[in-house]
Design a protein around this ligand. Structure first.
Ligand SMILES: Nc1nc2c(ncn2[C@@H]2O[C@H](COP(=O)(O)OP(=O)(O)OP(=O)(O)O)[C@@H](O)[C@H]2O)c(=O)[nH]1
Ligand SMILES: [Mg+2]
Ligand SMILES: [Zn+2]
Length: 317
């Protein structure tokens, strides 16, 4: 039998067949996919082949094969730097949800996420959520960030998952596609899914005021079929976003505004760091490239871990 993985707990996989039936499946023994060492061999969005086994009155599926992935989003966990995790596979697009505070999202995090999505050719839309909560100064900051990322070519939408502001715009972009919501815990991913389809009634949580930090209300990635011909993968909040297996020379190609300029660098293998006559550094001096973007880039080239605006996401040492 064949189907698509709708949920993965790490030991159980919920697979939906083309006829619309769900099967609880397991994988047998070691299951490795060539070239990828990840903590989860099978992820939500994977197309799998499975055999049905009936033991007593229980029917389960045993996954025997995974079809080639069109794409996937993979991250390195910041603390277990050798461990990689595939968040989801076979996506048409990703919505990265961002909040200024409650919880804070750093540009460093945004840029790392975007680099990975670019590397795997997954279109990414930035959703600035909770716009109902911002004061004038915060609204200006959101506007600045949206203008910055728009200038690079990303679609940016300010939304409120609780008041419903601009949810119709999100919906419009989702029709006919498989999308994923990603972002830190507490940014409002599940609340947005509920706003799109209230009958799903996914669990969402209040942010604790004391820590202004989400508490991982969603614990496993799960895909839902929505009534308006769209599929959405709600994911657990991510803390840091480590990029996986990228050469230093390659990273600049995933900053679209750098990539557009690099033909004008003196050296065609320019890393845009120490080299003379570098078009990216000139653009930086002329305010045509954002410092926050350049800083993120340098961090990634140097293999530094994410620089949190506050340390609330870091493991307290
Ligand atoms: N004011 C306001 N609150 C929001 C908005 N969106 C979400 N929230 C609140 O933020 C809190 C966290 O929302 P969730 O949807 O659980 O966040 P999540 O991103 O799914 O979090 P995890 O599942 O832990 O990754 C809830 O209390 C929501 O009511 C919004 O647009 N405005
Ligand atoms: Mg959630
Ligand atoms: Zn250069």
């Amino acid at each position: 039998m064949q189907g698509v993985v709708y949920k993965s707990t790490g030991s159980w996989y919920t697979v939906k067949t083309a006829e619309g039936s769900f099967y609880e499946c397991r994988i047998k023994g070691k299951f490795r996919i060539k070239g990828i060492k990840s903590t989860n061999p099978v992820s939500v969005g994977d197309h799998v082949t499975f055999e049905v086994e009936t033991i007593g009155d229980e029917t389960i599926g045993i996954i025997s094969a995974i079809a080639d992935r069109r794409n996937y989003i993979i991250r390195k966990s910041v603390n277990l730097s050798k461990q990689t995790h595939i968040i989801a596979a076979n996506l048409d697009q990703v919505f990265l949800m961002i909040t200024l505070n409650n919880p804070p999202t750093s540009t460093s995090f945004i840029d790392r996420f975007l680099v990975t999505a670019e590397a795997y050719h997954i279109p990414t839309i930035l959703l600035f959520n909770k716009i109902d909560t911002y004061n004038e100064e915060e609204t200006d900051e959101i506007k600045y960030l949206a203008a910055l990322y728009r200038s690079i070519g990303y679609t940016c939408i300010g939304i409120s998952s609780t008041t419903g502001k601009n949810i119709d715009k999100v919906k419009e972009l989702m029709v006919g596609k498989t999308s994923m919501f990603s972002g830190h815990s507490g940014v409002g991913k599940s609340t947005l899914v509920n706003a799109l389809e209230p009958k799903l009634d996914l669990k969402t949580k209040k942010i604790s005021v004391q820590h202004a930090q989400g508490q991982h209300t969603t614990t496993f990635a799960e895909m839902y079929d929505l009534d308006f011909d769209a599929r959405i993968i709600d994911t657990p909040g991510i803390k840091g976003f480590g990029i996986v297996d990228m050469e230093k020379e390659e990273i600049g190609n995933y900053f679209p505004e750098f990539f557009a300029l690099k033909q004008h660098c003196k050296f065609n293998n320019c890393l845009h760091i120490e080299e003379p006559n570098c078009a990216i550094k000139e653009a930086l001096d002329n305010d045509e490239v954002a410092w926050s973007r350049y800083r993120s880039y340098v961090q990634m080239v140097n293999g530094e871990e994410e620089n949190y605006r506050t340390d609330i996401y870091g493991e307290k040492k």
